[in-house]
Design a protein around this ligand. Structure first.
Ligand SMILES: Cc1cc2nc3c(=O)[nH]c(=O)nc-3n(C[C@H](O)[C@H](O)[C@H](O)COP(=O)(O)O)c2cc1C
Length: 481
């Protein structure tokens, strides 16, 4: 059975020991973020869990963070598949989307606050880099739509609280949400916008996938969920939002209404600059009777943000390469979890069909994604195991011959601190493709043959040596020995 809402998913996480409750009184102005930072800065990925702060000072609304993106295990549980099958699940959902279903009423509107009642200070909005950030901000799904075509977009854009009734939204040029808002503002009209806080996990995960403009993330979410997402109409703006969400904030963006956004802790690991960004006016807050608040942990990597963006976009790239580009030799894709999204390192496994195939795949992916580094390896390398990828780079890659540097790439300056030179001037971005596929057959591996290695496992056991799970890297090597 698909999860109906975030609550269903949180219960499943708790059952698997992937969510821990904090019962002591906690301050959302600093403690929530600092504990979340320790989770990602101190614990190895396989030991991470989501945090459920059930006793937040000054409010009855609990805060959850890290639940979706603690680790591949959490994302797999959200997608109701095995961690090794996330790419397959994403590719399947892209091939089998479900359009959403409009229903008359939904839990997200059990309480409706409009006008002066719709105050952001009623919500426990977290300060994510306490001591350094200008203000608290919301990190959640934002829904917009094109004025003329009705094309909907969902994306996560940091939303700074300016006062109880207005926000400044980090809608940067180039983002699809920005493009949708512009279609209204260019006609002198206010654009409708809605923030969706804590709904079924498929919607959250679909939102962070970088889909081409025009592909509706809500249809993709339905594909991930295995059934249409139920939507309701917003109360004060012309948008539809998930019926089972915990909290919806409805708002409008007026033309040429900009304000300073930031400084804030950024995903690359530094404090970002102040930029002029669109102002949003809050029209309504609707919520369930006893809502739960959710905020993604982002900023200094690794984070929940890098984890979910890496895992979702790897599947999207795999599907694009196979279905849209038509290259069936692309076998698997992985994006390093420590730096998801823009500027990340993608690793691609292929079965090369001709000389130069590795470079071609690397260049294509560099062009159609925001990845900054792409390493291409053969399908006999476990791309999720960096020691195995490093082995391929050491034994199958000759830097002078197998490197492609792609220059003059557009990178939003504020997003990539490395594009400044020693004098602080902005230089164009660039990308790196490393083709670590085998160029010639180097012969058999320097391991004993498979039957001897398997026989030796019995000897290992009988000798009372500690048990182990055979790593995929070893399996792949023994298969070829
Ligand atoms: C926690 C989190 C915070 C994010 N914050 C921003 C942001 O402030 N601005 C931005 O442009 N992208 C941000 N992103 C990335 C976008 O949400 C993501 O790339 C999305 O797919 C963009 O959608 P679009 O291509 O439809 O515009 C964030 C992602 C996550 C997971």
């Amino acid at each position: 059975m698909p999860y109906r809402d975030m609550r269903d998913f949180l219960a499943a996480l708790e059952q698997q020991n992937l969510l821990k409750r904090i019962t002591r009184a906690t301050d959302h102005n600093w403690e929530v973020a600092c504990l979340a930072k320790w989770m990602y800065q101190a614990l190895p990925v396989e030991e991470r869990f989501g945090l459920y702060f059930q006793n937040i000072k000054g409010t009855s609304i609990p805060i959850v963070t890290g639940a979706l993106g603690a680790s591949p295990k959490s994302v797999a549980l959200a997608l109701q598949c095995d961690a090794q099958q996330i790419n397959d699940k994403v590719a399947y959902a892209l091939r089998h989307p479900h359009q959403p279903k409009l229903i008359n009423s939904g839990a997200c509107q059990e309480v409706v606050l409009t006008g002066p009642e719709a105050r952001l200070d009623k919500l426990p909005i977290v300060t994510w880099t306490p001591g350094k950030d200008k203000a608290p901000y919301i990190t959640t799904i934002i829904v917009t739509r094109d004025h003329d075509t009705g094309i909907r977009n969902m994306g996560v854009y940091r939303t700074m609280v300016r006062d109880p009734h207005s926000v400044v939204i980090n809608l940067a040029p180039g983002r699809q949400g920005f493009r949708n808002v512009k279609t209204w503002n260019d006609k002198g009209k206010t654009a409708p916008i809605a923030w969706v806080i804590a709904t079924e996990p498929a919607v959250h995960l679909a939102t962070v996938a970088n889909l081409p403009y025009g592909k509706d993330e809500m249809d993709f979410a339905g594909g991930l969920k295995g059934e249409p997402i139920d939507l309701v109409r917003c109360k004060t703006v012309d948008l539809k939002v998930p019926a089972m969400a915990e909290i919806i904030i409805e708002g409008e963006v007026a033309p040429e209404d900009l304000d300073d956004e930031g400084p804030f802790g950024e995903f690359a690991g530094y404090m970002g600059p102040v930029e002029k960004r669109p102002v949003g006016k809050i029209k309504a807050i609707t919520h369930r009777k006893d809502p739960v608040f959710y905020g993604y942990t982002s900023q200094m990597p690794p984070s929940e943000s890098t984890t979910i963006q890496s895992l979702m976009n790897a599947g999207v790239i795999l599907q694009m390469m196979r279905d849209e580009v038509g290259d069936q030799a692309v076998h698997d894709v992985w994006i390093d979890l420590t730096f998801g999204g823009l500027l990340a390192h993608g690793i691609v496994a292929i079965t090369p069909q001709f000389p130069g195939h590795g470079k071609r795949v690397g260049r294509t992916i560099a062009d159609i994604t925001t990845l900054k580094r792409i390493t291409v390896v053969d399908a006999d390398v476990d791309i999720r195991d960096h020691t195995h990828v490093d082995w391929a780079l050491n034994s199958r890659f000759s830097p002078q011959r197998d490197t492609v540097v792609i220059d003059d790439c557009y990178v939003p300056i504020q997003m990539d601190p490395s594009v400044r030179d020693a004098r602080g001037n902005v230089t164009p971005g660039s990308k790196l493709v490393l083709d670590a596929t085998q160029k010639i057959d180097s012969g058999p591996f320097s391991l004993p043959p498979k039957e001897l290695m398997m026989k030796a496992l019995h000897v290992w056991k009988e000798s009372g040596l500690p048990e182990f799970q055979i790593p995929k890297r070893a399996k792949l090597r023994i298969e070829r020995s």
